[in-house]
Design a protein around this ligand. Structure first.
Ligand code: GRF
Length: 191
């Protein structure tokens, strides 16, 4: 039996590597989803990519819960997937438990407001950690706070640069995020 494709909205703010990785997983048949909407907190390479690929795209620096609700209703969105989205999202009640994020560190450490991208890797190196990784978690109203679903881990080398660590963690993200999303969607349809 082929699994139904879950309509998702992907929220972005930056380069769009995570967005493109999700599409690659979808195209490979590993993630039973369809990106029906991309929302950017600003115009950025991720939103340009979405427009070029014919995906409905909205740029919205600030949105109330009611506006998010209206947008996802209009596009028939079942899950919201954050992919490098740098704003706090007002989550409508109807979407509680169906908003997911990936963080480039091992939460609950190295999370919170202002902790994103290379800032996380820099902090991990400065703290002398020997291990880092990434975390897929549900999103609630506090930055990097919702229930942790799964983590992937890698070593931090003694002579690591921020760049080298970022690349190692991002490679983990590319495997972890689509796999965990596929599992979540499967569980949700089985319920
Ligand atoms: C990733 O490091 C991810 O952990 C975080 O945003 C970064 C990806 O940004 N949430 P982008 O996909 O390159 O815009």
């Amino acid at each position: 039996m082929t699994q139904e494709k879950v309509p998702i909205a992907v929220f972005v703010s930056g380069r769009g590597r995570t967005l493109r990785n999700l599409q690659t997983s979808i195209d490979a048949g590993a993630l039973p989803a369809k990106i029906v909407l991309v929302v950017g907190s600003r115009a950025c390479p991720a939103t340009s990519w979405a427009v070029e690929h014919g995906i409905a795209t909205e740029i919205a620096p600030r949105m109330s819960g009611a506006e998010v609700e209206q947008l996802i209703q209009a596009h028939g969105v079942a899950w919201i997937v954050l992919a490098g989205y740098l704003k706090r999202l007002a989550i409508p009640v109807s979407m509680h438990g169906r908003v997911v994020n990936i963080h480039p560190g091992l939460l609950p450490k190295f999370g919170g407001r202002g902790m994103y991208g290379d800032r996380v890797h820099q902090a991990v190196i400065e703290a002398g950690e020997t291990e880092s990784g990434c975390t897929v978690h549900l999103v609630d109203d506090v930055y990097d706070h919702g229930e942790i679903i799964e983590q992937a881990r890698c070593e931090v080398m003694a002579d690591d640069t921020t760049e080298a660590l970022a690349a190692r963690v991002f490679a983990l993200e590319c495997e972890l995020y689509p796999r965990v999303l596929a599992e979540l969607f499967l569980q949700a349809t089985a319920q």
